[in-house]
Write a protein that binds this ligand. Structure first.
Ligand code: M6R
Length: 613
């Protein structure tokens, strides 16, 4: 978690850092801070709360500097307050650091440093690291670069750090292990950030630091890269593909709404160059490369968290349905600690929007050690998970800034549909006619999503009626069970209303006890496989006075007679239904959250990518 930004060069550093922090606020917004260097004096401004609080606080303060580091925090060690905010100073005030990650052995290091006379101001693990660097610099007479290297060799944990030295006003030292860090290479200057969004408007040339690498960035000089063992590394400078427009709100009130409305295009982008309707062909690079592994796999195991875990569940239904390969879906956080049975005939697929989720990354590493083939479905190009895999498919949904995942979910499902159909076709486990039909329906999904988005006004009306509900229940069956889970997650994370998703038939095994006239129940009842059974479940809710909000197929009359509200969506094959049924659920959570005055894009206690355990 946390976002870090830094700059060294000839421009004013503060505006670059502040703007960058605003772009990275999705990573955490408990506090923000900046350190600048002005004539060998460190100017340090930190404030609890969002970056705007820091901006107000620093408004009338001295900020002139061409070097600086900034941080937006998601609290791990110590509560969100001004003191625990980054940057953190060394005891002698000479060094200052920003850090994203967790130093796991900070407690023992802190005790040792206290024994050596160090005094700490904050509760953070980060302050321990900068004191350790200072201690090494002083006692071993090392350069800052070597002191950072020595300190990092003593540290256990995850970090992306940038260190600034009061006595070296044109140099920054950066290092990374398990937390992302990108270096933007300008003409005579360098930009650093947790992702490329703060960098994109200044330079397209970037270096993604690898784990265990240390960079020395000196104004007007070439980047100097080495590893933690002090071996020189040649930097690989690559060009960013992202554009500025993609990371701005483009007239929408919130990123989440913009991203919901981007789905026709983002789904189209996921299929671009991969779905060739004319020749009935699917080309998914990674699958072609590992074709025989996939076709002879014992099992496919998905590892993921949150929304990505929900799309993995949809993937399980899809792959088992048409490709007939056994699939298991695992919470990455459980998988990594339970000594799973994995071998070389297994394929482990990590699904992750950010490609940085710590649990998912760790689960992959375990599977890799056990000999499985590792595949990734990620949105962020060049992310840690994407780089750790043997092969993979990017979702190409474009940057997702809202903390609540929307377009990443539908893009992941699109890739999973392509994957399932491609494998099924290669295996011959699907009838040719069904294969062609599904390809053609998949190709039409963007238009159907467009139509589903037209339910917005109706959904807003319903949101108004139920905005004060204390609980919500979401029911779905088959392909729409994971959508029920996703609808509930969306509502609870941005509107703070308790919500549960359930397989509709499970309701009578417990949750039915919750139903009364106060309980809105969102039932996904499209005219598909288990339609009649879901209709019976709706009747069970009505018999207990629950309020039914039903998502139905256009023209449905049966459910209309028993539901309090029906939202009609266009029809598609059951296999692709989640891509459409999720749309009104995303809109519902969005409108309820706006009506409850919640911070839609940055819900409390959350962060966009969970890069710590
Ligand atoms: O970046 P990832 O897809 O790995 O993130 C996984 C979850 O943290 C994420 O989906 C989270 O649940 C979202 N806030 C859901 O909207």
């Amino acid at each position: 978690m946390c976002g870090i930004v830094a700059y060294v060069g000839n421009k004013e550093a503060y505006p670059i850092i502040l703007k960058g922090l605003k772009r990275l606020e999705y990573r955490g917004y408990d506090s923000a801070g900046v350190a600048l260097l002005n004539q060998k004096e460190i100017l340090l401004y930190k404030k609890k709360g969002k970056v705007s609080k820091l901006e107000d606080y620093a408004a009338d303060k001295e900020k002139q500097s061409t070097i600086g580091i900034g941080h937006t925090r998601w609290a791990t060690h110590g509560p969100p307050n001004d003191v625990n905010a980054h940057p953190h100073l060394s005891g002698d005030g000479r060094y200052v650091i920003i850090h994203n990650g967790i130093i796991e052995n900070y407690d023992s290091l802190k005790k040792e440093l206290i024994n050596r006379g160090h005094e700490f101001k904050s509760d953070t693990d980060t302050e321990v690291l900068v004191h350790l660097i200072e201690d090494i610099c002083q006692n071993e007479s090392l350069s800052l670069e070597d002191a950072v290297r020595t300190a990092l060799n003593e540290v256990v944990g995850a970090y992306a750090i940038v260190v600034m030295d009061r006595e070296t006003p044109d140099q920054l030292i950066a290092a990374k292990n398990s937390s992302p860090l990108v270096i933007g290479v300008g003409d005579e200057d360098f930009y650093l950030a947790s992702d490329a969004t703060p960098i994109i408007e200044y330079t397209k040339n970037v270096v993604y630091l690898e784990d265990g690498q240390i960079a020395v960035l000196k104004k007007g000089e070439e980047i100097k890269l080495s590893n933690i063992q002090n071996q020189t590394v040649t930097p690989y400078i690559q060009e960013l593909e992202m554009n500025l427009e993609a990371i701005e709100k483009g007239g929408y009130e919130h990123f989440m709404l913009k991203e919901i409305y981007e789905q026709p295009q983002s789904i189209r982008n996921s299929t671009l160059g991969r779905l060739n309707l004319k020749n009935s062909l699917i080309t998914l690079g990674g699958i072609e490369e590992f074709e025989s592994k996939f076709l002879n796999a014992n099992r496919i195991i998905f590892v993921a968290c949150g929304t990505s875990w929900h799309s993995a569940l949809v993937g399980e239904y899809m792959i088992e349905d048409v490709a007939r390969i056994p699939v298991e879906v695992e919470y990455a956080s459980e998988f990594r600690y339970r000594n799973p049975i994995i071998n070389e005939k297994d394929i482990v697929i990590a699904i992750s929007q950010s490609g940085e989720t710590a649990d998912t990354l760790a689960a992959l590493e375990i599977a890799k050690k056990k000999g499985a083939t590792i595949y990734g479905i990620c949105n962020v190009v060049g992310s840690s998970i994407a780089r750790a895999t043997d092969a993979g498919s990017y979702t190409h949904a474009g940057p997702e800034i809202g903390v609540a995942s929307t377009k990443a979910f539908t893009a992941q499902i699109t890739i999973l549909a392509l994957m399932a159909l491609s494998l099924a076709n290669k295996k011959g486990s699907i009838a040719k006619s069904r294969y062609h039909n599904l390809l053609s329906q998949l190709n039409q999904i963007p238009e159907l999503v467009e139509k589903a988005l037209e339910t917005n006004d109706q959904v807003k009306y319903i949101a108004d009626l139920y905005q004060n509900a204390k609980n919500f229940l979401y029911l779905g069956r088959g392909y729409n069970f994971p959508v029920a889970l996703e609808g509930a997650l969306k509502l609870k994370e941005i509107s703070y209303i308790h919500a549960e998703g359930y397989p509709a038939a499970e309701m009578k095994h417990g949750p039915i006890a919750l139903i009364d006239e106060e309980m809105p129940v969102v039932a996904i009842a499209t005219r598909k496989g288990s339609y009649e059974k879901v209709v019976s479940n709706i009747q069970e809710v009505k018999a207990r006075d629950g309020k039914i909000i039903a998502i139905v197929t256009e023209g449905d009359t049966t459910v209309r007679e028993m539901a309090d509200h029906v939202i009609e969506i266009p029809e598609t094959d059951e296999f692709l239904d989640p891509l459409i049924t999720v749309i009104p659920l995303q809109l519902l959570s969005y409108h309820v959250a706006v009506m409850r005055d919640c911070n839609v894009d940055q819900p409390r206690n959350l962060a966009k990518s969970v890069t710590v355990e």
